[in-house]
Every structure is written in structure tokens, then in C-alpha cells.
Design a protein around this ligand. Sequence first.
Ligand code: UD1
Length: 423
Amino acid sequence: MDQIHITGGTPLTGTIPIAGAKNACLTLMPATLLTDQPLTLTNAPRLSDIRTMTQLLGSLGAEVSALNEGRVLALSSHDIDTLRADYDIVRKMRASILVLGPMLARFGQAEVSLPGGCAIGARPVDLHLRALEAMGATLDLRDGYVHATAPAGGLRGAVVEFPFVSVGATENALMAATLAVGTTVLKNAAREPEIVDLAQCLRKMGARIEGEGTPTITIEGVTALGGATHPVVTDRIELGTYMLAPAITGGSVELLGGRLDLVAAFAEKLDAAGVSVEETPTGLRVSRKNGRVRAVDVVTEPFPGFPTDLQAQMMALLCTAEGTSVLEERIFENRFMHAPELIRMGARIDVHGGTATVTGVPRLKGAPVMATDLRASVSLILAGLAAEGETVVSRVYHLDRGYERVEEKLGNCGAKIERVRAA
Ligand code: UD1
């Protein structure tokens, strides 16, 4: 298995281009199932999770062609062969459940295996299922599969009030509602930029949607959707991750395509820690001049709060801050698996339930460490950039799910980082 080797201690300078959002692309791709017309996505990221979704859609009979070296995805669900999403593919990625709503809405039927995904908590899909049931679907959970059937005449518009915010359940319900008969109101909906991006794409396809980006989304069902071409929104998690690189090593890096509105709560914390974030004509510039960063407290929340997907990376920064920081994880249980690995690098971290207390040390020390999930793996890379000596990160297949050419992007800014390929 590949490893990433890093020799820490070099301040970073240069530019890093930010790709299209993995999580937006993973919800835009299943939207192809809503129409028999072509859907073209530009600014697509080149990641193994995108290849998994390509494989899943292909297994249903959809055509997905990667053009322009994978930057453009041309999708067509003109001819669908089966309405069954198989366990062998679904288990690789939790976002696979996003094919359920679109298939059910267009074909009146779907069978989808219950998903797996990152090992960061139980992560059930009950909210997805309840929303579809509210639209009249009959659901039967058998043999690890959800067997879903729409009423004769199709899904019906409904008022769906989510008991708490779920990104995936909002996306599934939103896609299903575009083809339902009548009006659907999603209350306590997720407000993430990926939801806004999905709504904008669906609208180009002919959907009638209002209120995306607010807690209440209203959808008037239409009888059919058409094709569209849509650019995938910037990846705010990749953006935030690379904003942390100069914050942790010192130096100054411009993140090309970066937008402050995508990472406002996160940027406020960087500012409080003493890291400068400035808007430039082409993106965001992050600089840290002299001395250590200051401790800050972080609570993860749905958008527009501090994202759970940046918690592990932020912890890496706070490991070398002056003072004690408290990080509270409110979205997922069991999302501190990076803490024991950071401790192996000399960090002082106490985890109690959903709270981690981090007392900064002047310098981390390089060590062999192991990636446990996608965001944890990149937090170890960030820690390695700042540490004294060599850090070797194993199990980097987690990293490849969500970060494109990480060693090249950081290497171009002066980081001593290389991928050692398994023989
Ligand atoms: C998405 C993102 C993921 C991010 C997360 C929270 C994608 C592909 N993934 O995941 O990177 O960390 O949002 O920002 O976009 N829950 C239930 N029942 C449900 C659905 C969710 O209990 O039916 C719980 C989850 O276990 C979790 C919380 O709700 O504790 C939020 O999960 P959700 O927002 O649904 O995350 P995902 O859409 O899976």
C-alpha cells in the first residue's frame, strides 16, 4: 500500500488550486437518474469516490464518460437496465444512498443496499427513508436492502420536517421532490453550499425550487426534467485543509478559487488563532508570520457553523498552539480517531466523549502514523508538515477518496513530501 513521507519544518509559499467539491459532485451525479437527457458536470474533482459513484451509476445502466482528463463528466441515464444498487459497490461509499430518491421519483421503484462509508459513527439513513415515506413511498427493509415503491401515479408532495439537520437526507428528498406530484416543503433542511449547488443544477434541468440555502426549501413537482451543464462548486473542505497548511508551517499561500463565504466560520477561527486570511482577486491568501498560533475553542455544527469535516485538520494546528483549546464534535460520534495518532507525534490531547482538550506543545515530532478515515488522514499530513523529522503516513487510500494529488499541491509550495508507491 502507498505511503506518504514528509520531512517537516519548511514554511510554505506559493499557490494551490482548489478543485470542485467532492461532496457536491457526489450528489450532482445521481441527479442524472432524474432525466433521460444528458447532464454535463464541469470542474469535477478527480477522486476515487467519484470513480465509485461512476461505477455505481454504470451498474444501473447509466453512461458516465470522464472527459478532459476527468475534469468533465458527461452523464446519461437514457437507458437504465436495473433499479437495484448492489451491496458490492454501495458498501464502499455512504453517498451511494443518494441514488435512492432519484430512481424512486423517476421509475417508481428502487432497491438500494444500506451503505457503509467512513467509520465515524453509526450514520444511519432513517431520515432519508422517513422523507421518502412522507412522499408516499412504501419501504421494506430486507436482506440489507431498502426496497422502495412509489404509489401509482408517483411520489406525492409533502411537508417534511427533519428532526435534525442532515445533508444527505435533504439532498435525497430534494431530488425526489422535483418529480413528485404537487408541492414539497422541506423544513429544517441543510443549508450547505453543496445543497445550494444541487438546487441550482436541478433548476437548470427544469425543476421548480425556492429557498435553498435557508432552512425551508419549497419544491413544486414537474412531470419531467431535461438536460443541463453545470460547474461543480469549489470544495470548501479542500480549501480549508490547504488554508491550514501555511497556518501550521508558517509562510504564505494563495488558494486559487477560494471563497470566504464558503468557509466563513472556519476563517474566523483562524483569525482568532492569529492567522491572516485575505481575499485576493483570484482566491484567498493565508499567511502566518512569526511565533506560534493562539489556542481557540471549536464546536462543529451544520453550515454555516464550523464544519465537522475540518475538525481533524484544525486539531492538527491547535496541537502546536500556545495555550489549551477545546474541540467539541457535535455532528458525529467517534470522530477523534486521529487523536491517538497525533499523540504519537508528541501532541497533548485528552478525549472525553465528544470533547477533545488540546494543550499546545512548541513542536510536534515526526513518527510513523496511520490514516483511519479521509479527514483524519490529511490532518496527519498537516501535522507532519510542521513536525521535526520524518512522518510516514500509511493507509493513504483514505486520502485518495477526497484529495487530488496532495503531494504535488503541497510540494509545489516547498513542502518536502513524496508518495512512496507500494511495490
Ligand atoms: C455529509 C458529507 C460529510 C459530512 C456530513 C456532515 C457527503 C457525501 N458527505 O454526510 O462529508 O461530514 O455531511 O457535514 O456529502 N443521520 C442520522 N440519520 C440519517 C442521516 C443522518 O441519524 O438518516 C446523522 C448522522 O449519523 C450524523 C448527522 O445525522 O450524525 C449528520 O449527518 P448528515 O448530515 O446526513 O451527513 P452525510 O450526508 O452522511
